[in-house]
Design a protein around this ligand. Structure first.
Ligand code: ZN
Length: 477
């Protein structure tokens, strides 16, 4: 059963009445007209490194029977919008896990049939981060039901009013009727539109709106909300001349910051001292011969993450230990300085996809997009292209392998650190189970996992282990 309770009522109606019409193959999430797609949203002109003290809030499970990964940005000064995104993500996840108190049963753990394994992925893309305007799109891919399961929403922050705005907040109250009429007029002519759903569409149901580079307003409708198109999703574009009179004061500023961005984002946030990025430099290449000595490869997935990754780098440097980081592209783009620090310190940087979907559920084109965009971000940060990738959830098949020249890396020792969030338990697990040439799976997005590392390094060093990268381990076995 699809998770419905958090979706606006019109989506609920649409999904229920149109479920049978929503048959979709793996390619159905792709959007031929350039609208959002799970594979990765098209790059925008927003450079996240220009957003001072930006944090990406990540969480994930590595449970193959209940996979999920969520992320959204926390922009200093735009706390109201961060809170709105957090509320949505937390509630959607709780519902997915069956812990939301809505009576919704868990989607997880019930079926042995691989085709019925659910997946929840919430990722983000910046639309605008300029002047006193922030715009973010959240993309929710929910594979618990039929249909394409893709929900998109835009979140806006109005720095002048210190307020979070929804998509319809771009339009002034008195113009909503005229605006809605214009939207319906365009949609009415499309193939697959359900006249009843269209009649029921209210202005407040419009939850994905963003400006194009030439100032038009583009709306995007989840499949099923107003009907089911042959492919992709319905979009409506209202050109600049016709939409501008309907825009709210904030909408006009959001439009201007899209077409003619200021050089900086200024939300009046009090600047916090920037966390120091370690500047450790590796002392030459690693010549450890794992045929001669006891080796172990620690691997850290899902980062880089602000503060945790930097702390981890300090711990590794203290023990002259090398590790491998399987980084997520949207985090690399936000924090290339951390990835650069990883590489400089002699660690290996691998590719863990752009937004952490199960790659085996994507089309080849989508897999390529997920991996290539991430490799480009890593190369931009470090100057070196990754040669290894770790498929999210360890999910890999012949199609995924064929889509890349990188070599897949799984693991031999799973700490399940994402589940326990307990530094002592994580350290004890590694120390109890470690054997020669193990590839150990951990996540540097969890402070508890990072806190476990000094004890792991101390104990295993005393047992004669050498901490090497995955490539070094593979080269000398
Ligand atoms: Zn992961």
């Amino acid at each position: 059963m699809r998770v419905h309770t958090l979706i606006p009522s019109v989506v609920l109606l649409g999904s229920l009445s149109l479920t049978t019409a929503c048959s979709s193959g793996p390619g159905a999430a792709s959007a031929p007209d350039g609208a959002p797609s799970v594979a990765a949203t098209p790059p925008t002109t927003v450079d996240p490194t220009k957003i001072k003290d930006l944090t990406i809030v990540n969480d994930s499970s590595n449970d193959r029977s209940c996979p999920w990964a969520t992320s959204y940005p926390a922009v200093p000064g735009a706390e109201a919008t961060t809170a709105a995104m957090k509320k949505y993500v937390d509630a959607y996840l709780a519902n997915y896990l069956g812990t939301g108190g809505s009576g919704q049963a868990s989607n997880c753990g019930g079926s042995a049939d691989a085709s019925e394994v659910p997946e929840l992925n919430i990722s983000f893309a910046f639309l605008v981060a300029s002047g006193d305007v922030v715009g973010v799109r959240l993309l929710t891919q929910d594979r618990t039901g039929t249909g394409d399961g893709l929900t998109t929403r835009t979140y806006w922050y109005d720095g002048a009013a210190h307020a979070s705005r929804t998509a319809i907040g771009l339009v002034t109250d008195s113009s909503r009727d005229a605006f809605l009429a214009a939207v319906k007029k365009q949609l009415k002519q499309r193939q697959g539109i359900d006249p009843n759903l269209l009649a029921e569409l209210r202005a407040t149901d419009i939850d994905d709106a963003s400006f194009t580079p030439d100032g038009a307003l583009k709306l995007s409708f989840d499949r099923g909300t107003v009907g089911v198109p042959a492919g992709g999703r319905y979009t409506v574009t209202l050109d600049r001349a016709s939409v501008t009179p309907w825009l709210s004061a904030f909408g006009k500023r959001a439009q201007r910051q899209t077409t003619d961005p200021s050089r900086t984002l200024d939300l009046g946030a009090t600047s916090t001292p920037t966390a120091a990025v370690p500047t450790e430099t590796a002392s030459g290449t690693d010549n450890t011969d794992c045929a001669q000595v006891k080796c172990i490869a620690l691997t850290f997935d899902d980062g880089p993450a602000v503060t945790y990754t930097a702390t981890l780098l300090k711990y590794l440097a203290q023990y002259k230990a090398r590790a491998t980081f399987f980084t997520v592209g949207q985090n690399v783009a936000a924090h290339p300085e951390l990835v650069r620090a990883e590489a400089k310190a002699g660690h290996e940087v691998g590719n863990h996809s752009w937004s952490h979907p199960d790659l085996t559920r994507l089309t080849t084109a989508q897999v390529k997009q997920q991996l290539e965009r991430t490799s480009a971000a890593i190369t931009a940060a470090t100057g070196t292209a990754p040669t290894l990738f770790r498929p999210p959830y360890g999910a890999v098949n012949a199609q995924v392998k064929a889509a890349t020249s990188m070599s897949p890396v799984l693991w031999t020792l799973d700490t399940e650190d994402w589940k326990y969030r307990d530094a002592t338990k994580v350290a004890d697990t590694v120390i109890a189970k470690a054997t020669r040439n193990d590839v150990v799976l951990m996540h540097d997005i969890h402070p508890t996992s990072v806190a476990a590392v000094p004890e792991i390094l101390r104990t295993l060093s005393a047992r004669g282990y050498h901490f090497v990268t995955v490539s070094r381990l593979r080269a000398t076995l």
